[in-house]
Ligand binder design. Structure first.
Ligand code: CA
Ligand code: CA
Ligand code: CA
Length: 449
């Protein structure tokens, strides 16, 4: 065999260099643009230490710049070193004192609100109101769940592990969970569009795409049905939280009009008959309901848009859409659009929107707002709550779930809270993607009648 030994030059790139040195031999590394260079011994990543260096200008033959000379220590071992320009080192952005919490202790709750710290105060009136209604409510800071359940790491698993813990160990486990804070598919803000993973979004692979599933947090056996009813208020600021929470706490169940706006897309290239499916849902409304029906049909898009916007402005208690859609729109023609939300004038007559379509619930994009979010956050009206999908799914399972929801809400079993009605509705389909991607953009303890 042949052993070839040759000297190798250590030259920094971008004022950093990772290199090795024998403990007892001095090593010279060149190519730094500044004399202010620090070297750390990273051989054991759990025991990093700074190494003393000598810095000198590079020799003429080496070019312009500075060289560092290092002798890591008397030991024989090969050491791994990292040299960097001190000014280029990343800084710790913030260090906050820990707030102690005790969520591992056995407690009793019917409802838990898991909130980002910025919205904690805003959740107070909702917690007080539900407690007065007989639902024992706990407000949990998401930071404390990271502390207690994921060793401080920002991860959706902390929320799931907390809820699973309550199911196993609390004297009474919650039936309803409200997440207060937007989520993002870019929790570390690699794309520099803003750090909006305030209460983490859990991303799952579905047939057509990767998307968020809030149901996942309380689905302990992985069958797509959650064991607690989960909703989310995807707010980013205290001002948004105040608007949304005042809509929810200001809502009086039973006070709304017995009216429904039922909107159906026309039969598309895929051949699905949205009109017939909508009629089947509509037939489940109580006889006392006044129904406004809008069929996309052969009408001009602008005429349909006007009927929809006017229909919402009349303040029905429920708005139901079956048809095509994307993140911010109903159909490619935009029969209803995110930008319509802020102009809605239905005031305090706030409907539940049931949107059986694609992507209207895609709340996790840091730079786009989904239609469900625009409707929930609208200040002069819009939605009380929205039930829709973060993903792309087939209409058959959606329609089955839509019928079951109306049965649960209006079928005479007494007033159900939204979360309970939606739990029941999901059991009507075995389509795993429909079950997992439907999100309640709203509060699961809200009652619509
Ligand atoms: Ca803490
Ligand atoms: Ca389950
Ligand atoms: Ca969002």
């Amino acid at each position: 065999s042949l052993r070839l030994t040759y000297p190798r030059q250590y030259r920094a790139e971008g004022d950093t260099l990772r290199f090795t040195a024998e403990g007892d031999k001095a090593v010279r590394a060149i190519g730094f643009t500044t004399p202010n260079v620090r070297v750390v011994d990273i051989t054991d990543p759990l025991n990093v230490s700074e190494v003393a260096v000598t810095v000198e200008p590079m020799r003429d033959i080496e070019g312009e710049g500075y060289a560092v000379i290092v002798a890591p220590g008397g030991r024989d071992l090969t050491r791994t070193l990292y040299a960097y320009a001190a000014a280029g080192a990343a800084r710790v952005e913030a260090a906050n004192a820990n707030q102690p919490s005790g969520w591992h202790e056995s407690r009793e709750a019917d409802f838990v609100i898991v909130t980002h710290g910025s919205f904690r105060e805003a959740t107070g009136p909702l917690a007080a109101r539900r407690t007065a209604e007989g639902l024992k409510t706990e407000v949990v800071d998401i930071e404390d769940l990271y502390d207690e359940f994921s060793a401080g790491a920002h991860t959706p698993q902390a929320v799931k592990d907390f809820l699973a813990w309550t199911a196993q160990n609390w004297a009474r486990a919650p039936r309803y969970v409200l997440l207060v804070g937007d989520g993002s598919y870019d929790p570390r803000d690699y794309t520099a569009r803003g750090a909006f993973d305030l209460v983490p979004a859990k991303l799952l692979d579905t047939t057509y795409m990767e998307t968020a599933s809030d149901n996942w947090y309380a689905d302990f056996d992985g069958d797509g049905l959650s064991e607690m009813a989960v909703g989310r208020l995807p707010v980013r600021t205290a001002a948004e939280a105040a608007i949304v929470l005042s809509k929810i706490t200001g809502h009086e169940p039973g006070g709304e009009q017995a009216a429904a706006l039922m909107v159906a897309d026309r039969k598309g290239a895929d051949g699905y008959d949205f009109e017939t499916a909508t009629t089947q849902v509509q037939n489940l409304l109580p006889a006392a309901f006044s129904v406004q029906r809008v069929n996309r049909g052969a009408q001009g898009a602008e005429a349909v848009r006007a009927q929809i916007v006017n229909g919402i402005n009349s303040g029905p208690s429920i708005v139901n859409w079956m048809g095509h859609g994307s993140v911010g729109v109903w159909t490619g023609e935009g029969l209803l659009r995110g930008e319509d939300a802020a102009r809605l004038t239905n005031g305090s007559r706030l409907p539940l929107f049931v949107m059986m379509t694609c992507l209207n619930g895609y709340y996790q994009d840091p730079s786009l707002e989904s239609l469900s979010e625009s409707l929930l956050k609208a200040g002069q009206g819009g939605a009380l709550a929205v039930w829709t999908s973060t993903g792309m799914t087939e209409p058959e399972g959606q329609a089955a779930m839509n019928r079951e929801l109306f049965g649960a809400l209006f079928g005479g079993t007494g007033p159900l809270r939204l979360g309970e009605a939606m739990q029941r509705a999901r059991t009507a389909t075995s389509d795993a993607d429909v079950r997992r991607t439907w999100v309640l953009i709203g509060d699961p303890t809200t009652r619509v009648r």
